[in-house]
Design a protein around this ligand. Structure first.
Ligand SMILES: C[S@@+](CC[C@H](N)C(=O)[O-])C[C@H]1O[C@@H](n2cnc3c(N)ncnc32)[C@H](O)[C@@H]1O
Length: 207
């Protein structure tokens, strides 16, 4: 089995599983800066499991992962992270302090799909936001009060559109980091379920 070493942690890789790339490392650094010792963390779409494994080892996070790709789910498990093979949150009941997702964010037409499970790593549907929109909507009920979602998108995905969606759902949104690449800008977004705003929204709804 192939391995890489990052931050002093050895990580197994596997075929048909997303190879850690610029987006992985940008989101990993933001996660390391955000997750506090002992917090409960769910990583959706863990790929080989690099982010989860490093958060577990370096932050002592109580972490579980979910993956739709069976090869990636097996690889994350081989890296010592409890992993559920499922679509986003299906079958997961718990609420978490932090939920992390490096989603498929590239606009992809049907004739651009790649064969096999790896397509799930890239294919964001026609506008790039199909999976992200579902993720942001479903994550809300899996966050504890004052919990945070961390995600990464590209300028190709439509950064303003994603921020608008987060605002509609109720998140207090900020940009944690960004990086310019050849054909895109990558941006790490944090969405907080701020207690005050949740209470204000439910007050407005009930009056
Ligand atoms: C861009 S890759 C990121 C992998 C890894 N977290 C990283 O940063 O290197 C996106 C991952 O999300 C997974 N994924 C896509 N849609 C999913 C879904 N609906 N439910 C669970 N996992 C999903 C893919 O299989 C893929 O492993």
């Amino acid at each position: 089995m192939k391995k890489i070493i990052h931050n002093g942690v050895s990580v197994n890789l596997a075929p048909q599983t997303y190879l850690p790339a610029e987006d992985t490392y940008l989101l990993l650094n933001a996660s390391l800066a955000t997750v506090r010792a002992g917090e409960s963390v769910l990583e959706i779409g863990s790929g080989c499991g690099i982010i989860s494994k490093i958060l577990k080892e370096k932050r002592g996070a109580r972490i579980i992962a979910s993956e739709i790709n069976p090869h990636a789910a097996r690889c994350t498990r081989s890296n010592g992270v409890e992993t559920i093979r499922t679509d986003l949150f299906k079958g997961i009941k718990a609420a978490f302090d932090v939920i992390i997702f490096n989603p498929p964010y590239l606009p992809t037409s049907r004739d651009e799909e790649i064969p096999g499970w790896l397509n799930y790593a890239f294919d964001g549907g026609d506008d790039g936001r199909e999976t992200i929109d579902r993720f942001l909507t479903e994550a809300w009920r899996h966050l504890k009060e004052n919990g945070r979602v961390l995600t990464i998108i590209s300028s190709l995905t439509g950064i303003d559109e994603v921020k608008k969606r987060m605002d509609e759902i109720g998140y207090t949104t900020s940009e944690l980091d960004s990086e310019k690449h050849f054909f895109e800008r990558l941006v790490v977004l944090k969405g907080e379920k701020v207690e005050e705003r949740v209470n204000r929204n439910s007050y407005t709804l009930s009056t």
